[in-house]
Write a protein of this length. Structure first.
Lengths: 267, 339
Protein backbone atom coordinates (compact mmCIF):
# COMPACT_ATOMS: atom_id res chain seq x y z
CA UNK A 1 0.00 0.00 0.00
CA UNK A 2 1.19 3.49 -0.81
CA UNK A 3 -0.54 6.17 1.23
CA UNK A 4 -0.34 9.93 0.90
CA UNK A 5 -1.38 12.28 3.70
CA UNK A 6 -1.92 15.95 2.87
CA UNK A 7 -1.16 18.30 5.76
CA UNK A 8 -1.31 22.07 6.30
CA UNK A 9 0.80 24.40 8.38
CA UNK A 10 -1.54 26.68 10.35
CA UNK A 11 -1.25 29.28 13.11
CA UNK A 12 -1.79 27.74 16.53
CA UNK A 13 -5.29 28.88 17.48
CA UNK A 14 -4.48 28.31 21.16
CA UNK A 15 -2.12 31.24 20.85
CA UNK A 16 -4.41 33.60 18.98
CA UNK A 17 -5.48 36.57 21.05
CA UNK A 18 -7.86 39.36 20.31
CA UNK A 19 -6.72 42.91 20.95
CA UNK A 20 -9.39 44.06 23.38
CA UNK A 21 -9.29 47.70 22.35
CA UNK A 22 -9.25 47.33 18.57
CA UNK A 23 -11.03 43.98 18.31
CA UNK A 24 -8.38 42.81 15.87
CA UNK A 25 -6.58 39.49 15.78
CA UNK A 26 -3.06 39.61 17.11
CA UNK A 27 -1.07 37.55 14.62
CA UNK A 28 2.46 38.65 15.37
CA UNK A 29 4.60 35.95 16.86
CA UNK A 30 1.90 33.28 16.64
CA UNK A 31 3.71 29.96 16.31
CA UNK A 32 2.75 27.60 13.49
CA UNK A 33 1.75 23.97 13.92
CA UNK A 34 0.45 21.10 11.84
CA UNK A 35 -3.30 21.55 11.39
CA UNK A 36 -4.70 19.67 14.40
CA UNK A 37 -7.37 17.95 12.27
CA UNK A 38 -4.65 16.58 9.96
CA UNK A 39 -3.20 14.56 12.85
CA UNK A 40 -6.16 12.19 12.53
CA UNK A 41 -5.34 11.63 8.86
CA UNK A 42 -1.68 10.98 9.69
CA UNK A 43 -2.64 8.57 12.47
CA UNK A 44 -5.08 6.65 10.27
CA UNK A 45 -2.43 6.38 7.54
CA UNK A 46 0.11 5.06 10.03
CA UNK A 47 -2.32 2.42 11.31
CA UNK A 48 -3.07 1.24 7.78
CA UNK A 49 0.61 1.06 6.98
CA UNK A 50 1.28 -0.92 10.15
CA UNK A 51 -1.39 -3.39 9.10
CA UNK A 52 -0.74 -3.67 5.38
CA UNK A 53 2.86 -2.54 4.95
CA UNK A 54 4.09 -0.18 2.26
CA UNK A 55 4.94 3.48 2.39
CA UNK A 56 3.35 6.64 3.76
CA UNK A 57 4.26 10.06 2.40
CA UNK A 58 3.26 13.43 3.85
CA UNK A 59 2.69 16.32 1.44
CA UNK A 60 2.29 20.00 2.25
CA UNK A 61 2.19 23.29 0.41
CA UNK A 62 3.14 26.54 2.06
CA UNK A 63 6.01 28.84 3.01
CA UNK A 64 9.42 27.28 3.80
CA UNK A 65 8.39 27.26 7.50
CA UNK A 66 5.64 24.76 6.62
CA UNK A 67 8.43 22.18 6.82
CA UNK A 68 7.68 22.24 10.56
CA UNK A 69 4.28 20.67 9.94
CA UNK A 70 5.95 17.94 7.91
CA UNK A 71 8.49 17.36 10.70
CA UNK A 72 5.58 16.76 13.07
CA UNK A 73 4.21 14.16 10.67
CA UNK A 74 7.66 12.61 10.33
CA UNK A 75 8.06 12.46 14.11
CA UNK A 76 4.79 10.49 14.30
CA UNK A 77 6.21 7.99 11.84
CA UNK A 78 5.55 8.87 8.20
CA UNK A 79 8.33 7.65 5.90
CA UNK A 80 8.91 10.65 3.70
CA UNK A 81 7.86 14.27 3.41
CA UNK A 82 7.47 16.57 0.43
CA UNK A 83 7.02 20.34 0.62
CA UNK A 84 5.70 22.44 -2.24
CA UNK A 85 7.11 25.88 -1.72
CA UNK A 86 7.56 28.71 -4.17
CA UNK A 87 6.79 32.42 -3.98
CA UNK A 88 4.55 31.95 -7.01
CA UNK A 89 2.29 29.56 -5.07
CA UNK A 90 1.44 32.36 -2.64
CA UNK A 91 -2.15 33.57 -2.53
CA UNK A 92 -3.60 30.29 -3.82
CA UNK A 93 -7.28 29.82 -3.09
CA UNK A 94 -8.69 26.33 -2.62
CA UNK A 95 -8.91 25.63 -6.36
CA UNK A 96 -5.32 26.72 -7.02
CA UNK A 97 -4.08 24.83 -3.93
CA UNK A 98 -5.80 21.63 -4.99
CA UNK A 99 -4.52 22.10 -8.54
CA UNK A 100 -0.93 22.49 -7.33
CA UNK A 101 -1.22 19.53 -4.96
CA UNK A 102 -2.71 17.37 -7.73
CA UNK A 103 0.32 18.02 -9.95
CA UNK A 104 2.60 16.99 -7.10
CA UNK A 105 0.63 13.81 -6.38
CA UNK A 106 0.89 12.79 -10.03
CA UNK A 107 4.62 13.47 -9.97
CA UNK A 108 5.14 11.42 -6.82
CA UNK A 109 3.73 8.28 -8.43
CA UNK A 110 0.80 6.01 -7.74
CA UNK A 111 -0.97 6.10 -4.37
CA UNK A 112 -3.64 3.63 -3.24
CA UNK A 113 -5.10 6.03 -0.72
CA UNK A 114 -4.98 9.77 -0.05
CA UNK A 115 -5.97 10.97 3.42
CA UNK A 116 -6.83 14.53 4.42
CA UNK A 117 -8.12 16.19 7.57
CA UNK A 118 -11.72 17.37 7.40
CA UNK A 119 -10.61 21.01 7.16
CA UNK A 120 -7.90 23.33 8.38
CA UNK A 121 -8.42 25.33 11.55
CA UNK A 122 -7.39 28.61 9.89
CA UNK A 123 -9.25 28.82 6.57
CA UNK A 124 -11.89 26.30 7.65
CA UNK A 125 -13.14 25.70 4.12
CA UNK A 126 -12.82 21.90 3.98
CA UNK A 127 -12.67 22.25 0.20
CA UNK A 128 -9.11 21.37 -0.74
CA UNK A 129 -9.49 17.65 0.02
CA UNK A 130 -12.58 17.03 -2.16
CA UNK A 131 -11.22 19.35 -4.88
CA UNK A 132 -7.95 17.42 -4.94
CA UNK A 133 -9.83 14.12 -5.20
CA UNK A 134 -11.94 15.46 -8.06
CA UNK A 135 -8.90 16.73 -9.95
CA UNK A 136 -7.26 13.31 -9.64
CA UNK A 137 -10.58 11.74 -10.68
CA UNK A 138 -10.67 9.62 -7.51
CA UNK A 139 -13.75 8.56 -5.56
CA UNK A 140 -14.02 11.04 -2.70
CA UNK A 141 -15.39 10.01 0.70
CA UNK A 142 -15.81 12.92 3.10
CA UNK A 143 -16.36 13.05 6.89
CA UNK A 144 -15.05 9.52 7.42
CA UNK A 145 -15.48 8.51 11.07
CA UNK A 146 -14.33 4.92 10.69
CA UNK A 147 -12.56 2.71 8.18
CA UNK A 148 -14.38 -0.60 8.60
CA UNK A 149 -12.28 -2.66 6.26
CA UNK A 150 -9.91 -2.40 3.36
CA UNK A 151 -8.14 -4.63 0.84
CA UNK A 152 -5.12 -3.30 -1.00
CA UNK A 153 -4.95 -4.24 -4.69
CA UNK A 154 -3.44 -7.71 -5.04
CA UNK A 155 -2.40 -9.72 -8.10
CA UNK A 156 -4.59 -7.87 -10.58
CA UNK A 157 -7.52 -7.74 -8.11
CA UNK A 158 -8.50 -4.12 -7.47
CA UNK A 159 -8.47 -3.00 -3.85
CA UNK A 160 -11.42 -1.53 -1.98
CA UNK A 161 -12.24 0.40 1.14
CA UNK A 162 -15.36 0.35 3.30
CA UNK A 163 -16.06 3.30 5.60
CA UNK A 164 -18.60 5.17 7.69
CA UNK A 165 -19.30 8.84 6.98
CA UNK A 166 -20.65 11.02 9.78
CA UNK A 167 -23.65 12.91 8.33
CA UNK A 168 -26.49 14.92 9.87
CA UNK A 169 -28.78 11.89 9.64
CA UNK A 170 -26.38 9.30 10.98
CA UNK A 171 -23.49 7.17 9.81
CA UNK A 172 -23.61 6.43 6.09
CA UNK A 173 -21.74 3.20 5.29
CA UNK A 174 -20.24 2.86 1.85
CA UNK A 175 -17.62 1.06 -0.16
CA UNK A 176 -15.37 2.45 -2.88
CA UNK A 177 -12.67 1.02 -5.11
CA UNK A 178 -9.06 2.03 -4.51
CA UNK A 179 -7.40 4.36 -5.17
CA UNK A 180 -9.62 6.79 -3.29
CA UNK A 181 -9.39 10.04 -1.35
CA UNK A 182 -10.80 10.32 2.18
CA UNK A 183 -11.30 13.28 4.47
CA UNK A 184 -11.48 12.13 8.07
CA UNK A 185 -13.14 13.56 11.19
CA UNK A 186 -11.80 13.65 14.71
CA UNK A 187 -13.89 10.68 15.80
CA UNK A 188 -11.83 8.27 13.68
CA UNK A 189 -8.95 7.73 16.12
CA UNK A 190 -6.70 9.08 18.85
CA UNK A 191 -3.50 10.41 17.27
CA UNK A 192 -0.27 9.13 18.81
CA UNK A 193 2.24 11.46 20.37
CA UNK A 194 5.64 11.65 18.69
CA UNK A 195 8.28 9.56 20.42
CA UNK A 196 11.75 10.84 21.26
CA UNK A 197 13.17 8.57 18.55
CA UNK A 198 10.59 9.83 16.11
CA UNK A 199 11.53 13.40 16.84
CA UNK A 200 15.22 12.83 16.32
CA UNK A 201 14.48 10.93 13.11
CA UNK A 202 12.30 13.84 11.94
CA UNK A 203 15.18 16.23 12.49
CA UNK A 204 17.54 14.09 10.43
CA UNK A 205 15.15 13.28 7.57
CA UNK A 206 15.55 15.40 4.51
CA UNK A 207 12.35 17.00 3.28
CA UNK A 208 12.03 17.00 -0.47
CA UNK A 209 11.23 20.49 -1.76
CA UNK A 210 9.45 21.06 -5.06
CA UNK A 211 8.99 24.36 -6.88
CA UNK A 212 6.82 25.59 -9.74
CA UNK A 213 9.30 24.31 -12.33
CA UNK A 214 9.54 20.89 -10.64
CA UNK A 215 5.77 20.52 -11.05
CA UNK A 216 5.87 21.77 -14.64
CA UNK A 217 3.18 24.31 -13.69
CA UNK A 218 2.72 27.66 -15.34
CA UNK A 219 2.33 30.69 -13.05
CA UNK A 220 -1.22 31.09 -14.42
CA UNK A 221 -2.26 27.76 -12.89
CA UNK A 222 -1.31 28.46 -9.29
CA UNK A 223 -0.96 31.19 -6.70
CA UNK A 224 -3.08 34.32 -6.83
CA UNK A 225 -2.99 34.30 -10.64
CA UNK A 226 -4.40 30.82 -10.81
CA UNK A 227 -7.12 31.46 -8.21
CA UNK A 228 -10.71 31.96 -9.42
CA UNK A 229 -11.61 33.81 -6.20
CA UNK A 230 -10.41 37.17 -4.91
CA UNK A 231 -10.61 38.54 -1.39
CA UNK A 232 -12.01 42.05 -1.78
CA UNK A 233 -12.38 43.05 1.85
CA UNK A 234 -11.33 41.86 5.29
CA UNK A 235 -12.99 43.22 8.39
CA UNK A 236 -13.57 42.44 12.04
CA UNK A 237 -17.06 41.44 13.09
CA UNK A 238 -18.55 43.28 16.01
CA UNK A 239 -18.95 40.93 18.91
CA UNK A 240 -21.23 43.36 20.59
CA UNK A 241 -24.00 41.89 22.62
CA UNK A 242 -25.48 43.91 25.42
CA UNK A 243 -24.41 41.46 28.04
CA UNK A 244 -26.30 41.48 31.31
CA UNK A 245 -24.29 39.89 34.11
CA UNK A 246 -26.05 38.42 37.10
CA UNK A 247 -24.16 37.59 40.28
CA UNK A 248 -26.82 36.76 42.82
CA UNK A 249 -28.17 33.88 44.90
CA UNK A 250 -29.02 30.64 43.04
CA UNK A 251 -32.75 31.35 43.52
CA UNK A 252 -32.46 34.85 42.11
CA UNK A 253 -30.24 33.61 39.26
CA UNK A 254 -32.81 31.01 38.23
CA UNK A 255 -35.50 33.69 38.33
CA UNK A 256 -33.46 35.84 35.96
CA UNK A 257 -32.95 32.94 33.56
CA UNK A 258 -36.66 32.13 33.59
CA UNK A 259 -37.49 35.80 32.94
CA UNK A 260 -35.05 35.85 30.04
CA UNK A 261 -36.53 32.69 28.51
CA UNK A 262 -40.05 34.11 28.91
CA UNK A 263 -39.14 37.47 27.46
CA UNK A 264 -37.85 35.73 24.33
CA UNK A 265 -40.75 33.29 24.16
CA UNK A 266 -38.52 30.30 24.66
CA UNK A 267 -40.86 28.86 27.27
CA UNK B 1 -24.78 34.16 -21.77
CA UNK B 2 -24.87 32.88 -18.20
CA UNK B 3 -28.25 33.37 -16.61
CA UNK B 4 -30.06 32.72 -13.39
CA UNK B 5 -29.49 32.05 -9.73
CA UNK B 6 -29.67 28.43 -8.58
CA UNK B 7 -30.00 26.72 -5.28
CA UNK B 8 -29.30 23.05 -4.68
CA UNK B 9 -32.26 21.74 -2.68
CA UNK B 10 -31.72 19.01 -0.11
CA UNK B 11 -34.24 16.33 0.70
CA UNK B 12 -34.36 13.34 2.99
CA UNK B 13 -36.68 10.44 2.15
CA UNK B 14 -38.52 12.65 -0.29
CA UNK B 15 -39.12 15.42 2.24
CA UNK B 16 -37.37 18.74 1.72
CA UNK B 17 -35.02 19.82 4.45
CA UNK B 18 -35.67 23.22 5.98
CA UNK B 19 -32.33 24.47 4.72
CA UNK B 20 -33.70 24.28 1.17
CA UNK B 21 -36.20 27.03 2.03
CA UNK B 22 -33.48 29.07 3.69
CA UNK B 23 -31.48 28.85 0.47
CA UNK B 24 -34.53 30.01 -1.50
CA UNK B 25 -35.04 33.05 0.72
CA UNK B 26 -31.39 34.02 0.42
CA UNK B 27 -31.19 33.43 -3.31
CA UNK B 28 -34.49 35.27 -3.96
CA UNK B 29 -32.84 38.52 -2.95
CA UNK B 30 -29.91 37.87 -5.26
CA UNK B 31 -32.14 36.94 -8.20
CA UNK B 32 -34.30 40.04 -7.71
CA UNK B 33 -31.28 42.32 -7.57
CA UNK B 34 -30.03 40.82 -10.82
CA UNK B 35 -33.47 40.66 -12.42
CA UNK B 36 -32.79 36.97 -13.06
CA UNK B 37 -34.99 33.92 -12.50
CA UNK B 38 -34.49 31.81 -9.37
CA UNK B 39 -34.22 28.09 -9.96
CA UNK B 40 -33.94 25.14 -7.63
CA UNK B 41 -32.26 21.87 -8.51
CA UNK B 42 -33.83 18.81 -6.93
CA UNK B 43 -32.26 15.37 -7.12
CA UNK B 44 -33.97 12.34 -5.61
CA UNK B 45 -36.34 9.46 -6.20
CA UNK B 46 -40.10 9.95 -6.33
CA UNK B 47 -39.81 13.55 -5.25
CA UNK B 48 -42.28 15.27 -7.63
CA UNK B 49 -44.28 16.63 -4.71
CA UNK B 50 -41.19 18.20 -3.22
CA UNK B 51 -40.55 19.91 -6.58
CA UNK B 52 -43.93 21.63 -6.31
CA UNK B 53 -43.13 22.68 -2.72
CA UNK B 54 -40.00 24.44 -3.95
CA UNK B 55 -42.18 26.54 -6.24
CA UNK B 56 -44.56 27.38 -3.39
CA UNK B 57 -41.52 28.52 -1.43
CA UNK B 58 -40.20 30.87 -4.09
CA UNK B 59 -38.54 29.04 -7.00
CA UNK B 60 -39.50 30.19 -10.51
CA UNK B 61 -38.14 27.01 -12.07
CA UNK B 62 -37.32 23.60 -10.62
CA UNK B 63 -34.93 21.31 -12.44
CA UNK B 64 -35.89 17.83 -11.37
CA UNK B 65 -33.87 14.69 -11.86
CA UNK B 66 -35.83 11.76 -10.47
CA UNK B 67 -34.12 8.38 -10.45
CA UNK B 68 -33.78 5.40 -8.06
CA UNK B 69 -30.01 5.93 -7.95
CA UNK B 70 -30.61 9.35 -6.42
CA UNK B 71 -32.64 8.06 -3.48
CA UNK B 72 -29.70 8.46 -1.09
CA UNK B 73 -26.75 10.79 -1.45
CA UNK B 74 -24.14 9.12 -3.66
CA UNK B 75 -21.41 11.53 -4.77
CA UNK B 76 -20.98 10.04 -8.25
CA UNK B 77 -24.49 10.30 -9.76
CA UNK B 78 -25.20 13.51 -7.84
CA UNK B 79 -22.09 15.17 -9.26
CA UNK B 80 -22.67 13.80 -12.78
CA UNK B 81 -26.26 15.06 -12.91
CA UNK B 82 -25.36 18.48 -11.54
CA UNK B 83 -22.35 18.89 -13.81
CA UNK B 84 -24.41 18.03 -16.87
CA UNK B 85 -27.23 20.34 -15.84
CA UNK B 86 -24.86 23.23 -15.14
CA UNK B 87 -23.11 22.80 -18.49
CA UNK B 88 -26.48 22.72 -20.27
CA UNK B 89 -28.11 25.64 -18.51
CA UNK B 90 -25.14 27.82 -17.50
CA UNK B 91 -26.32 29.56 -14.32
CA UNK B 92 -24.53 32.65 -13.03
CA UNK B 93 -24.67 31.69 -9.39
CA UNK B 94 -25.11 28.43 -7.47
CA UNK B 95 -25.81 28.40 -3.74
CA UNK B 96 -25.87 25.19 -1.71
CA UNK B 97 -26.13 24.37 1.97
CA UNK B 98 -22.96 23.98 4.03
CA UNK B 99 -24.08 20.50 5.09
CA UNK B 100 -22.09 17.29 4.73
CA UNK B 101 -23.80 16.84 1.35
CA UNK B 102 -23.30 20.40 0.10
CA UNK B 103 -19.75 20.54 1.37
CA UNK B 104 -18.98 17.36 -0.57
CA UNK B 105 -20.76 18.13 -3.84
CA UNK B 106 -19.76 21.75 -4.27
CA UNK B 107 -15.95 21.38 -4.10
CA UNK B 108 -16.04 18.40 -6.47
CA UNK B 109 -18.15 20.43 -8.90
CA UNK B 110 -15.98 23.54 -8.54
CA UNK B 111 -12.89 21.47 -9.31
CA UNK B 112 -14.49 19.93 -12.39
CA UNK B 113 -15.96 23.20 -13.66
CA UNK B 114 -12.76 25.13 -12.88
CA UNK B 115 -14.43 27.86 -10.88
CA UNK B 116 -14.32 29.54 -7.49
CA UNK B 117 -16.17 28.33 -4.42
CA UNK B 118 -16.58 30.04 -1.06
CA UNK B 119 -17.46 27.94 1.97
CA UNK B 120 -19.78 28.70 4.87
CA UNK B 121 -20.90 32.16 3.80
CA UNK B 122 -22.86 34.14 6.35
CA UNK B 123 -23.83 36.89 3.91
CA UNK B 124 -24.37 37.01 0.16
CA UNK B 125 -24.98 40.13 -1.88
CA UNK B 126 -24.71 41.48 -5.40
CA UNK B 127 -22.14 44.15 -6.20
CA UNK B 128 -23.98 47.10 -7.74
CA UNK B 129 -21.65 48.01 -10.57
CA UNK B 130 -20.52 44.59 -11.72
CA UNK B 131 -23.41 42.34 -10.75
CA UNK B 132 -20.86 40.00 -9.15
CA UNK B 133 -21.71 37.84 -6.15
CA UNK B 134 -20.17 39.15 -2.93
CA UNK B 135 -19.57 36.27 -0.55
CA UNK B 136 -18.83 37.06 3.08
CA UNK B 137 -17.51 34.37 5.38
CA UNK B 138 -15.85 34.10 8.75
CA UNK B 139 -12.27 32.92 9.08
CA UNK B 140 -9.85 32.25 11.93
CA UNK B 141 -12.56 31.05 14.24
CA UNK B 142 -14.96 33.82 13.34
CA UNK B 143 -12.55 36.53 14.45
CA UNK B 144 -12.14 37.88 10.94
CA UNK B 145 -14.66 38.27 8.15
CA UNK B 146 -13.63 38.20 4.52
CA UNK B 147 -15.65 39.26 1.48
CA UNK B 148 -14.76 37.24 -1.58
CA UNK B 149 -15.78 37.32 -5.22
CA UNK B 150 -15.20 35.25 -8.34
CA UNK B 151 -14.58 37.85 -11.05
CA UNK B 152 -14.02 35.79 -14.20
CA UNK B 153 -15.05 32.17 -13.66
CA UNK B 154 -18.59 30.83 -13.91
CA UNK B 155 -20.69 29.80 -12.20
CA UNK B 156 -19.99 31.70 -8.98
CA UNK B 157 -20.43 29.13 -6.23
CA UNK B 158 -21.02 29.40 -2.49
CA UNK B 159 -22.21 27.30 0.41
CA UNK B 160 -24.14 28.92 3.25
CA UNK B 161 -24.59 27.69 6.78
CA UNK B 162 -27.91 26.19 7.75
CA UNK B 163 -29.99 28.46 10.01
CA UNK B 164 -28.13 31.57 8.89
CA UNK B 165 -31.36 33.10 7.56
CA UNK B 166 -35.12 32.62 7.81
CA UNK B 167 -36.76 30.05 5.51
CA UNK B 168 -38.97 31.51 2.77
CA UNK B 169 -42.68 31.27 3.52
CA UNK B 170 -45.00 28.86 1.69
CA UNK B 171 -47.40 30.41 -0.77
CA UNK B 172 -49.54 27.78 -2.52
CA UNK B 173 -50.81 30.35 -5.01
CA UNK B 174 -47.32 30.73 -6.52
CA UNK B 175 -46.77 29.09 -9.87
CA UNK B 176 -43.63 28.05 -11.66
CA UNK B 177 -42.25 25.50 -14.01
CA UNK B 178 -40.95 22.04 -13.14
CA UNK B 179 -38.49 20.92 -15.81
CA UNK B 180 -37.92 17.18 -15.65
CA UNK B 181 -34.53 16.09 -16.94
CA UNK B 182 -34.35 12.58 -18.31
CA UNK B 183 -30.74 11.57 -18.45
CA UNK B 184 -29.28 8.39 -19.93
CA UNK B 185 -28.37 5.57 -17.56
CA UNK B 186 -24.61 6.15 -17.69
CA UNK B 187 -25.11 9.48 -15.86
CA UNK B 188 -26.26 7.49 -12.82
CA UNK B 189 -23.29 5.12 -12.75
CA UNK B 190 -21.40 5.04 -9.46
CA UNK B 191 -18.08 3.76 -8.19
CA UNK B 192 -19.61 3.55 -4.71
CA UNK B 193 -21.63 0.81 -3.08
CA UNK B 194 -24.04 2.26 -0.52
CA UNK B 195 -24.33 -0.13 2.42
CA UNK B 196 -26.94 1.64 4.49
CA UNK B 197 -27.36 4.18 7.20
CA UNK B 198 -26.85 3.74 10.91
CA UNK B 199 -28.97 6.22 12.82
CA UNK B 200 -27.21 8.16 15.53
CA UNK B 201 -28.04 6.52 18.80
CA UNK B 202 -29.05 9.58 20.71
CA UNK B 203 -31.93 11.76 19.61
CA UNK B 204 -30.41 14.86 21.15
CA UNK B 205 -27.40 15.00 18.89
CA UNK B 206 -28.64 16.88 15.83
CA UNK B 207 -27.29 20.15 17.16
CA UNK B 208 -27.04 21.86 13.78
CA UNK B 209 -30.80 21.82 13.23
CA UNK B 210 -31.87 22.45 16.82
CA UNK B 211 -33.72 25.60 17.94
CA UNK B 212 -32.18 25.26 21.37
CA UNK B 213 -28.76 23.88 22.25
CA UNK B 214 -27.97 23.15 25.87
CA UNK B 215 -24.19 22.96 25.88
CA UNK B 216 -22.01 21.59 28.61
CA UNK B 217 -18.38 22.16 29.54
CA UNK B 218 -15.96 20.67 32.01
CA UNK B 219 -17.45 22.91 34.67
CA UNK B 220 -20.25 20.37 35.05
CA UNK B 221 -17.79 18.50 37.28
CA UNK B 222 -18.55 14.85 36.70
CA UNK B 223 -20.34 12.72 34.11
CA UNK B 224 -23.21 11.91 36.50
CA UNK B 225 -24.17 15.58 36.45
CA UNK B 226 -24.92 15.31 32.73
CA UNK B 227 -28.33 14.07 33.81
CA UNK B 228 -29.22 17.73 34.53
CA UNK B 229 -28.17 18.69 31.01
CA UNK B 230 -30.31 15.91 29.55
CA UNK B 231 -33.30 17.02 31.60
CA UNK B 232 -32.81 20.65 30.63
CA UNK B 233 -32.50 19.77 26.97
CA UNK B 234 -35.69 17.78 27.20
CA UNK B 235 -37.59 20.54 28.99
CA UNK B 236 -36.45 23.12 26.43
CA UNK B 237 -36.89 20.77 23.43
CA UNK B 238 -33.22 21.20 22.74
CA UNK B 239 -30.21 19.22 21.62
CA UNK B 240 -27.08 18.69 23.68
CA UNK B 241 -23.82 20.38 22.73
CA UNK B 242 -20.44 19.90 24.35
CA UNK B 243 -17.08 21.59 24.65
CA UNK B 244 -14.01 19.80 23.39
CA UNK B 245 -12.90 19.02 26.94
CA UNK B 246 -16.11 17.09 27.64
CA UNK B 247 -15.73 15.07 24.43
CA UNK B 248 -12.05 14.42 25.06
CA UNK B 249 -12.93 13.10 28.54
CA UNK B 250 -15.34 10.71 26.87
CA UNK B 251 -18.39 12.07 28.72
CA UNK B 252 -20.22 12.79 25.45
CA UNK B 253 -19.56 11.57 21.91
CA UNK B 254 -17.92 13.59 19.16
CA UNK B 255 -21.12 14.45 17.23
CA UNK B 256 -22.02 16.68 20.22
CA UNK B 257 -18.87 18.78 19.96
CA UNK B 258 -19.27 22.48 19.19
CA UNK B 259 -16.31 24.53 17.98
CA UNK B 260 -13.43 24.71 15.59
CA UNK B 261 -12.81 20.97 15.58
CA UNK B 262 -16.50 20.14 15.95
CA UNK B 263 -19.72 21.62 14.61
CA UNK B 264 -20.82 25.17 14.05
CA UNK B 265 -24.29 25.89 15.40
CA UNK B 266 -26.59 28.90 15.30
CA UNK B 267 -29.68 28.04 17.34
CA UNK B 268 -32.19 30.55 18.67
CA UNK B 269 -30.89 29.85 22.18
CA UNK B 270 -27.47 28.60 23.21
CA UNK B 271 -27.41 27.78 26.90
CA UNK B 272 -23.77 27.30 27.92
CA UNK B 273 -23.32 25.49 31.22
CA UNK B 274 -19.86 25.42 32.71
CA UNK B 275 -18.15 26.39 29.47
CA UNK B 276 -15.23 28.77 29.84
CA UNK B 277 -15.35 29.85 26.21
CA UNK B 278 -12.02 29.11 24.57
CA UNK B 279 -11.65 30.91 21.28
CA UNK B 280 -12.12 27.58 19.44
CA UNK B 281 -15.44 27.02 21.17
CA UNK B 282 -16.71 30.54 20.51
CA UNK B 283 -15.98 29.94 16.83
CA UNK B 284 -18.66 27.29 16.78
CA UNK B 285 -21.47 29.12 18.59
CA UNK B 286 -21.11 32.88 18.28
CA UNK B 287 -23.68 32.92 15.49
CA UNK B 288 -26.39 31.88 17.96
CA UNK B 289 -29.27 34.30 18.22
CA UNK B 290 -29.37 34.35 22.03
CA UNK B 291 -26.72 33.14 24.43
CA UNK B 292 -27.18 32.43 28.12
CA UNK B 293 -24.03 31.40 29.98
CA UNK B 294 -23.70 30.01 33.48
CA UNK B 295 -20.21 29.85 34.92
CA UNK B 296 -18.50 30.05 38.30
CA UNK B 297 -15.64 32.13 36.98
CA UNK B 298 -16.58 35.80 36.46
CA UNK B 299 -13.66 36.15 34.04
CA UNK B 300 -14.85 33.31 31.75
CA UNK B 301 -14.58 34.34 28.09
CA UNK B 302 -18.04 32.93 27.37
CA UNK B 303 -19.57 35.98 29.12
CA UNK B 304 -18.14 38.17 26.35
CA UNK B 305 -20.51 36.63 23.81
CA UNK B 306 -23.49 36.14 26.14
CA UNK B 307 -26.73 38.11 26.31
CA UNK B 308 -27.30 36.89 29.84
CA UNK B 309 -24.33 35.85 31.95
CA UNK B 310 -24.99 34.14 35.26
CA UNK B 311 -22.10 33.86 37.67
CA UNK B 312 -22.76 30.90 39.89
CA UNK B 313 -22.42 27.25 40.77
CA UNK B 314 -24.04 24.83 38.33
CA UNK B 315 -24.75 22.31 41.09
CA UNK B 316 -26.88 24.93 42.83
CA UNK B 317 -28.46 26.55 39.78
CA UNK B 318 -29.28 23.64 37.46
CA UNK B 319 -31.44 21.56 39.84
CA UNK B 320 -33.44 24.68 40.75
CA UNK B 321 -33.79 25.70 37.11
CA UNK B 322 -35.03 22.22 36.21
CA UNK B 323 -37.51 22.27 39.09
CA UNK B 324 -38.78 25.65 38.01
CA UNK B 325 -39.19 24.66 34.35
CA UNK B 326 -40.98 21.47 35.40
CA UNK B 327 -43.51 23.28 37.55
CA UNK B 328 -44.12 25.85 34.79
CA UNK B 329 -44.71 23.03 32.35
CA UNK B 330 -47.09 21.34 34.75
CA UNK B 331 -49.03 24.58 35.22
CA UNK B 332 -49.37 25.13 31.48
CA UNK B 333 -50.55 21.54 31.04
CA UNK B 334 -53.18 22.07 33.71
CA UNK B 335 -54.27 25.25 31.95
CA UNK B 336 -54.58 23.42 28.63
CA UNK B 337 -56.72 20.74 30.29
CA UNK B 338 -58.96 23.28 31.99
CA UNK B 339 -59.58 25.27 28.83
Amino acid sequence: MRILVAVKYVPDTDEIRIDETTGTVVREGIPGIINPLDLYAVEEGLRLKEKWGGEIVALSMGPPKAAEALREALSMGVDRAVLLTDGRFAGSDTWATANTLSKAVRKLGHFDLILCGERATDGETGQVGPELGAMLDLPVITYVSRIEDLRPPHGGEPGWIRCCRLTEEGYQRLEAPLPALLTVVKEINEPRLPTFRGKSRARRTEIKVLSLEDLALSPQETGLQGSPTRVVKVFYPSLARDTVIVAESPEKSVERIIDFLREHQLI
Amino acid sequence: MDKGVWIIAEQWNGKLKKVSFELLSRARRLADKLGDPLSAVLLGYQVEEAAQELIYHGADVVYLVDHPKLFQFDPDPYVSCLERLIREERPKIIVAAATTTGRTLMPILAARLHTGLTADCTDLDIEGKTGLLLQTRPAIGGNVMATIKTPHHRPQMATVRPRSCKPSPRDPSRSGEVIVKDYPDEIFASRFKLLGLEKLREETVNIEDAEVVVAVGKGIGKPENLEWIRELAELLNGAIGASRAVVDLGWLSYPHQVGLSGKTVSPRLYLACGISGAIQHLAGMRGSELVVAINKDPRAQIFKVADLGVIGDLTEILPRLIQCLKSLKLKSEVRVKES
